[in-house]
Design a protein around this ligand. Structure first.
Ligand SMILES: NC(=O)c1ccc[n+]([C@@H]2O[C@H](COP(=O)([O-])OP(=O)(O)OC[C@H]3O[C@@H](n4cnc5c(N)ncnc54)[C@H](O)[C@@H]3O)[C@@H](O)[C@H]2O)c1
Length: 366
């Protein structure tokens, strides 16, 4: 198969859909790989690295789309790319169709095969191609939180690890999922006192089993949240209700109970956030302050560490890329039910029911 790797053109996106290691594996399996010149630069991979791994570097995005049977990328195509997708061409990337009717209509019109990373789902209901980005964001949340606790950026002036004779900082984590556990691990590693809340006892038992004793688990309810926000320096929002908006566990009135300079890193901002005062920010302007509480609400946190994010993402996408290239999408999806869940639009037809529901197209289809 001919596989194409275009450069991401969405603003501030430094990730790339394939590393030279991925090219090497595909070429080893007798496939041809075209990489757009400069595609990997944001992640620290250069044209010569791809060429050494066996890829052919092409000058333009148009050439890459025109010559490839399958496009492997990171972000959803933006308007300039809509017309580049060809009939029968596989596009394997994050799509998030439900948040853009224009993109959905464009991909229907293209008659391409759209396989979305975010809906590839295994039998236990986990999303293996989303997990690495939550891992990155969870770990980064502590790094960013620690930075914004510093006084010059209006934080409380607390060093998370403390020093001999001074108690460590206190970190409250809402949600003991992927984000929460990775955040807890980083905070615990710095020596901070960590409280982690969840409504799922299984998750709390797991955290309790694997974490050191300065990571304390408690059940998530309003009483406990109101109590803990008064004494914690850094609050991480890592709650997810699958397919729904995140619940507002911290309401506006609760900010006044926090100490001035408390920092909230609401990682769940991409699902609306678990703090009422959360609104999406960017890496260029990541924080704002309400009632003396610093809010960090960057919706694409992994974008700030493109090398780590690219490698983490491609580690998990490559086995599926290989399967698609070796077998073609029909056989690969017939044999692998996890991958088949990623099929969203096939040759002009929406095959993922949540997209139809998101745009209320059910009646049109009936
Ligand atoms: N901002 C970013 O750049 C970025 C990057 C990656 C992920 N995310 C987002 O982070 C969020 C968390 O992702 P995840 O992969 O950790 O999800 P996850 O499903 O692994 O974990 C979510 C956890 O929230 C818990 N939860 C549900 N209701 C709760 C409540 N009322 N109180 C406490 N806990 C509750 C669940 O039991 C679960 O353990 C998602 O919204 C995800 O989209 C954001």
């Amino acid at each position: 198969m001919i596989v194409g790797v275009p450069k991401e053109i969405k603003s501030s996106e430094g990730r790339v859909g394939m590393t030279p290691a991925g090219v090497f594996e595909l070429v080893k399996n007798y496939h041809t790989v075209y990489v757009q010149s400069g595609a990997g630069e944001g992640s620290g991979f250069f044209d010569k690295d791809y060429q050494q791994a066996g890829a052919t570097v092409l000058d333009t995005i148009e050439q890459v789309y025109a010559k490839s049977d399958m496009i492997v990328k990171v972000k959803e195509p933006i308007a300039e790319e809509y017309d580049l997708v060809q009939e029968g061409q596989i596009v394997f990337t994050y799509f998030h169709f439900a948040s853009s009717e224009a993109l959905t209509q464009a991909m229907i019109k293209s008659k391409g095969i759209c396989i979305a990373y975010e809906t590839v789902e295994d039998e236990e209901g986990t999303l293996p191609l989303l997990t690495p980005m939550s891992e990155v964001a969870g770990r980064m949340a502590i790094q960013q939180g620690a930075k914004y606790l510093e006084k010059p950026v209006k934080g409380r002036g607390v060093l998370l690890g403390g020093v001999p004779g001074v108690a460590p900082g206190r970190v409250l984590i809402l949600g003991a999922g992927t984000v929460g556990i990775q955040a807890a691990k980083m905070a615990a590693g710095l020596g901070a006192h960590v409280t982690i809340l969840d409504v799922n006892m299984k998750r709390l038992r797991y955290v309790n089993d694997i974490m050191p004793s300065h990571v304390v688990t408690e059940f998530s309810n309003e009483f406990n949240i109101r109590k803990h926000i008064q004494s914690h320096d850094l609050i991480i929002g890592g709650v997810l209700l699958k397919g729904a908006k995140a619940p507002n566990l911290i309401t506006r009135d609760m900010l006044k109970d926090m100490r001035p300079g408390t920092v909230i890193v609401d990682v769940a901002v991409d699902q609306g956030g678990c703090v009422e005062t959360t609104k999406p920010t960017t890496h260029g302007n990541p924080v704002y302050i309400i009632d003396d509480v610093v809010h960090y609400c960057v919706a694409n946190m992994p974008g700030a560490v493109p090398y780590t994010s690219t490698v983490a993402l491609t580690n998990v996408t490559l086995p599926y890329v290989l399967k698609l290239a070796n077998m073609g999408w029909r056989s690969a999806c017939n044999l692998d039910k996890t991958l088949a869940k990623g099929l969203n639009i096939v040759e002009g037809e929406v095959v993922y029911k949540e997209i139809v529901e998101a745009f209320h197209w059910e009646s049109a289809l009936a």
